[in-house]
Design a binder for this molecule. Sequence first.
Ligand code: PRP
Ligand code: URA
Length: 206
Amino acid sequence: MHLIDHPMIQHKLTIMRKKETGSKDFRILLREISLLMGYEITRDLPLDDVEIETPICKMTARKVSGRKMAIVPILRAGLGMVEGLQTLVPVAKVGHIGLYRDEETHNPVVYYCKLPEDISQRLVIVTDPMLATGGSSCDALAMLKERGCTNIRLMCLVAAPEGIARVQKEHPDVDIYVAAVDECLNRDAYIVPGLGDAGDRIFGTK
Ligand code: PRP
Ligand code: URA
């Protein structure tokens, strides 16, 4: 588990948490934080040497090696983290996994899955701002593994200890990146203090 608690990320997250922050600012801040987190998530990508010519002379420069990347948001809220990552890695393909939590059981229900054909050969970054019980993330990770993915990272904004523990137990091979680990879950399985319902705040649906 990697806690990415850079001061700029903490500052932006504080504004997102405030109940008076509206959808427009919430979306902008989530995009900005995603870009900053993406910088850390891609820190260990291997580099290859490449021969180039500057206006002055030839040189051996560095470029990110052939490894291909896919960004896979868990719908809906994960969509809010895609653009920031795409700013960093514009050639990344994007897949979508649609899951919603049943309001009574809090268990995830799958309603959509569309992934790049060669997803199994890619480094996959799964995005979802909220890691609460961990059910949605665990199911999304299992769906990706069923399709042959072996190199997956999970990027969340706010996590509950319960969600982190569940992902670590069910998917010990997946590195988790979060900007904050909060206290606990409430009776409705919402993160406390959290930031409320991320999907509703991004899309203004409540
Ligand atoms: C939220 C959130 C996660 C999930 C987290 O999605 O975006 O996907 O809940 O909870 P869990 O860790 O307990 O599974 P939600 O089901 O509200 O759907 P939405 O993004 O469409 O609003
Ligand atoms: N989903 C959310 O959007 N927020 C939470 O706190 C938990 C699940």
